[in-house]
Design a protein around this ligand. Structure first.
Ligand code: CP
Length: 353
């Protein structure tokens, strides 16, 4: 048996976290810097969400604005989803995406059914995703699906007459994670939301766009904000960092993209650094680690006011020594995921006001 010790310091009443470091003030700054125009969200009503490509800048800004409203009035949200049922189907491990979607749905007053293991469903007996989708039409009002296969969300969608949201499909996309990333960036730098931003930020992305769904969706959404982005530098040691046509698509969308393998050389120039080292493959141990030689810590040569983002779960690439520094925006990013998902669900089900 492991011997445990009771540390009295851990039992003291909890303090409020440091508000500015944790980003609570930032949603207010975003609300002050932008105007509400919910008309752009009407196009999302009753639609599936499978790709970051479905969203334009106006929609992303307004979703972030609705999220900021939720985040600043957390105890005062009406419950428009009362009586509605979410089918939360996670056929692959998840902490943040599943729990933040479920938290978002609960906070909006809805009920839910959760599947965390496909082997507990008819899929174990060879049932097709099309047939599962057909049943879900009768059982719920919206499906959130995570699956290790790129095509499965599309297969289920063919049978669905209720909206589905892609919560990560293999190596392909993770559009709502990218929304959480954009929400963090807009809270940090609200000027990015403007049509003619006064800022031109330099963003570093440590990761492999060809292999990481979070990075794939993020780059697509960053292209919508190209006017405020001086450059995106992808930091990778991969031989083929981009999939076919990926870089051309980003450049055509107006994003200036450079690639380097020299992290410490570029780090002092970056205003925001996004880092990820895991690509979910669903095979073998389930994931592969990429670019493991790239690590950030409190000793890294970051600009004093640079922010660090990470979709989490983290590994050795993101040292805990950064947690208590002003660079830590990754916890605020993960917390904001609840509110941006509330905003998206409200838009799809047309419950925002
Ligand atoms: N960011 C993210 O997708 O985390 P989870 O795998 O825990 O959902």
């Amino acid at each position: 048996m492991v011997k445990t010790t009771l540390d009295p310091a851990l039992l003291k009443p909890l303090d409020e976290p440091s508000l500015d470091r944790m980003g609570y003030e930032r949603p207010r700054a975003l609300l002050d810097a932008t105007d509400e125009d919910l008309a752009s969200l009407l196009d999302l009503v009753n639609r599936p969400v499978v790709s970051a490509r479905q969203f334009d800048k106006a929609q992303l800004v307004q979703l972030c604005r609705v999220a900021a409203r939720y985040e600043t009035k957390r105890q005062n949200v009406s419950q428009p989803l009362t009586g509605r049922i979410l089918v939360s189907a996670f056929y692959e491990p998840s902490t943040r995406t599943r729990l933040s979607f479920e938290s978002a749905w609960h906070r909006l007053g809805g009920d839910m059914m959760s599947i965390t293991d496909p082997s507990s469903t008819g899929i174990a007996k060879g049932e097709s995703l099309f047939d599962v989708g057909e049943m879900l039409n009768a059982y719920g009002d919206l499906v959130v699906l995570r699956d290790s296969h790129e095509s499965h969300v599309y297969e289920m969608m063919k049978a669905l007459r209720i909206p589905i949201v892609n919560a990560g499909n293999g190596l392909d996309e993770h559009p709502t994670q990218a929304m959480a990333d954009i929400y963090a960036l807009l809270k940090w730098q609200p000027e990015l939301a403007m049509s003619a931003p006064g800022c031109r930020v330099h963003i570093g992305v440590i990761g492999v766009p060809a292999r990481m769904r979070t990075v794939r969706s993020l780059l697509i959404m960053l292209a919508q904000f190209a006017a405020g982005i001086a450059k995106v530098t992808v930091i990778t040691d991969a031989d083929a960092p981009f999939s076919e046509g990926q870089l051309a698509e980003l450049l055509a969308a107006g994003l200036k993209v450079e690639v380097t393998d020299a992290l410490d050389a570029v780090l002092p120039e970056l205003d925001a650094v996004y880092i990820n080292a895991i690509a979910w493959t669903g095979e073998g141990k389930g994931y592969e680690e990429l670019g493991v030689r790239y690590r950030l810590s409190a000793d890294s040569p970051l600009k004093p006011d640079a922010i660090v983002l990470h979709p989490l779960a983290r590994g050795a690439e993101l040292d805990v020594s950064l947690d208590d520094t002003p660079h830590n925006w990754y916890f605020a990013q993960a917390r904001g995921a609840v509110f941006i998902r509330m905003a998206l669900l409200s838009a799809i089900l047309k419950t925002f006001s």
